[in-house]
Ligand binder design. Structure first.
Ligand SMILES: [Fe+2]
Length: 410
């Protein structure tokens, strides 16, 4: 495991299938060991090696899978230390400890995902057979709603395959009218118009809290090459990808972020004030105040974006706004991409639809923030099935785009 990839991740340890890699910053330590249920709590069996800047990293260790494993660090052979980057804590008769979960595929899982991939290619959004699409989303949900599936290399590889194919398609597609929309991950979408390719909240899943997939480094490079403009609603890792932003800035491309939520973004981004629409190469971009209330009232500034493309398509992206009554748009959008993750503290998903349509009906809804695997089922990881059920009863047409899928709106 590459040290640079691990250092800087917000959660630890790094687990892929049945293999765990421990890392911790402890500049004053002389030795660091990982001891736990996976090695009988024996000293010296899993030493971490010192790296630059006080970081310690273990070799990858194979452990039982699927399963749950408790562990602590042992500093200088005598002091126990709980992993500060692991928020999974347990307490039992031996005292406190952090834990991690491992993953093992059921037989045939990779082949089934290959089948889903092929079926979706033959049944694209809009023109594909709706029963086949329903079956594919159902099978996919069964995997994506497993709590520890974020540790599965098979799911990660499925994602890489779908996104790589989307990158080729974005490169080759010419748009003469309207807009073509690709879904990448979570709430991240790419829009191609006759003159511009831009993204909103595009992330690669390499840097998402509690996910940190080791996907090929060239994916963020390719994305930065394809995008003329990146627009970001707020600085959370499932919406804002530091590696992609850095590549964009290196390539002298524009990354628009909210001026009021600027803290934490790297130098070189272009802040935009709320309610001061800005033109960018034929597109009009209007940011409005949003609030992301979560974790018992911790409140994060984010914005919603209303974007009118050069081809005259009005797009509204809500970011992580939690649907306080003030959600407004100047005119009903042609395409609405709302957050739909089921954790708005104020409103259940059913109520969200009412609020979204209070100011008029959108032309098309593409629900966002579904199956975000760093969140937990019932804790922000809404299933494709739940989203579809909500929208089936709704008066506005909708399209659900799976990873890498696209839809032409004209
Ligand atoms: Fe989010």
């Amino acid at each position: 495991m590459d040290a640079d990839f691990l250092i800087g991740h917000e959660t630890s340890p790094y687990v892929c299938d049945d293999t765990v890699t421990f890392f911790v910053r402890k500049p004053d330590a002389r030795t660091v060991d990982a001891v736990g249920s996976f090695n009988g709590w024996k000293k010296g069996e899993c030493p971490l090696k010192r790296h630059e800047d006080g970081w310690w990293i273990s070799d990858p260790v194979k452990v039982a899978a699927p399963g749950r494993h408790r562990y602590r660090f042992l500093i200088d052979g005598e002091t126990y230390y709980d992993d500060p980057l692991n928020f999974n804590k347990t307490q039992n008769k031996h005292g406190p400890a952090t834990f991690f979960d491992t993953w093992a595929d059921i037989p045939g899982m990779a082949a089934q995902l290959d089948g889903i991939h092929t079926s979706l290619l033959h049944s694209p959004p809009g023109s594909g057979n709706p029963w086949i699409r329903d079956m594919c989303t159902s099978f996919l949900d069964d995997y994506l709603q497993q709590p520890n599936v974020n540790r599965s290399s098979t799911i990660r590889n499925f994602f890489v395959k779908r996104v790589s194919q989307a990158l080729d398609e974005i490169r080759e597609t010419r748009v003469t009218q309207g807009v073509q929309i690709w879904h990448i991950y979570n709430h991240g979408y790419i829009f191609k118009t006759p003159t511009l390719c831009f993204g909103v909240d595009v992330v690669t899943a390499r840097h998402i809290w509690n996910l940190a997939w080791d996907i090929p480094e060239d994916i963020p490079y390719q994305l930065a090459g394809l995008l003329d403009l990146l627009i970001v609603t707020h600085n959370h890792s499932d919406h804002s990808d530091p590696e992609l932003i850095a590549h964009m800035i290196d390539l002298k491309k524009v990354v628009i972020v909210t001026a009021t939520g600027l803290a934490g973004f790297m130098p070189g981004v272009a802040p935009i004030e709320d309610d001061s629409p800005r033109a960018f190469r034929g597109q009009m971009i209007h940011a409005r105040r949003g609030d992301h209330v979560y974790d018992q009232g911790r409140n994060v500034r984010c914005v919603t974006y209303e974007i009118v493309t050069d081809s005259g398509v009005r797009i509204y992206h809500t970011g992580d706004h939690d649907y306080a009554e003030r959600l407004v748009w100047s005119r009903p959008p042609d395409i609405l991409i709302p957050k739909f993750d089921g954790v708005s503290p104020k409103y259940p998903n059913e109520k969200v639809l009412e609020i979204l349509f209070k100011y008029g009906d959108a032309g098309l809804i593409i629900p966002g923030h579904i199956n975000e695997l760093a969140h937990y089922p019932l804790g922000g990881r809404t299933s494709l099935r739940d989203a579809a059920r909500q929208f089936q009863s709704c008066r506005v047409p909708y399209q659900i785009l799976l990873w890498g899928e696209s839809y032409r709106f004209s």
